[in-house]
Design a protein around this ligand. Structure first.
Ligand code: MG
Ligand code: ZN
Length: 180
């Protein structure tokens, strides 16, 4: 039986390349999703985004939920502060994204985002570690069993400040590397 033909391992809830990881936290924009609106970095309403290549193929192999691995999001959504969308809409779009990627809906607290402006001195805006700490608290998970996947240097720095492992999205979703 090949790995790709086995959507369910009876006990496997982790990826073989990350054997210790029980909590995966993902950046949203340009890690799991991208906008389909030119010149707009983040979606503001349904229909303005799509999953990036390789995301659902990779994430649907993992068993999610109480019997499996945990999933969280840590996303800077400063366009909430600038009035482009409401905090409720930002949260709903993140939930839609995770459901499209995994077929699973995590608890709302695991979809962590910073709604503040660039000028705000908050503890949640990456590269500060607040969002990652919040998701780990939600699941009562240790940094040693947590991996943060992102596409930006602020993501890498947030992981460092939260003492969690970091993977670049291009490495984690390897299909993107092979297309380069
Ligand atoms: Mg990003
Ligand atoms: Zn913030």
């Amino acid at each position: 039986m090949t790995r790709s033909s086995a959507p369910h391992f009876s006990e496997t809830v982790v990826l073989p390349e990350y054997p210790a990881v029980r909590l995966y936290i993902f950046d949203a924009d340009d890690t799991l999703r991208r906008t389909v609106v030119p010149e707009q970095p983040c979606p503001r309403r349904p229909g303005e985004w799509e999953l990036l290549p390789g995301v659902s193929e990779k994430l649907r192999v993992i068993t999610w939920g109480t019997a499996g691995a945990r999933l969280g999001v840590a996303s800077n959504q400063d366009h909430v502060a600038y009035g482009h969308l409401s905090a409720d809409m930002a949260r709903m779009l993140l939930a839609e994204m995770v459901f499209a990627a995994t077929g699973h809906v995590p608890p709302g607290d695991a979809l962590a985002f910073c709604p503040h402006s660039l000028e705000t001195d908050c503890e949640c805006r990456k590269p500060n570690p607040g969002l990652l700490l919040r998701v780990m608290r939600t699941y009562d998970q240790d940094p040693r069993n947590t991996l943060f996947v992102g596409n930006s240097p602020v993501d890498a720095e947030a992981a460092r400040r939260a003492s969690v492992a970091f993977a670049w999205a291009g490495d984690f979703f390897t299909v993107r590397n092979t297309k380069r």
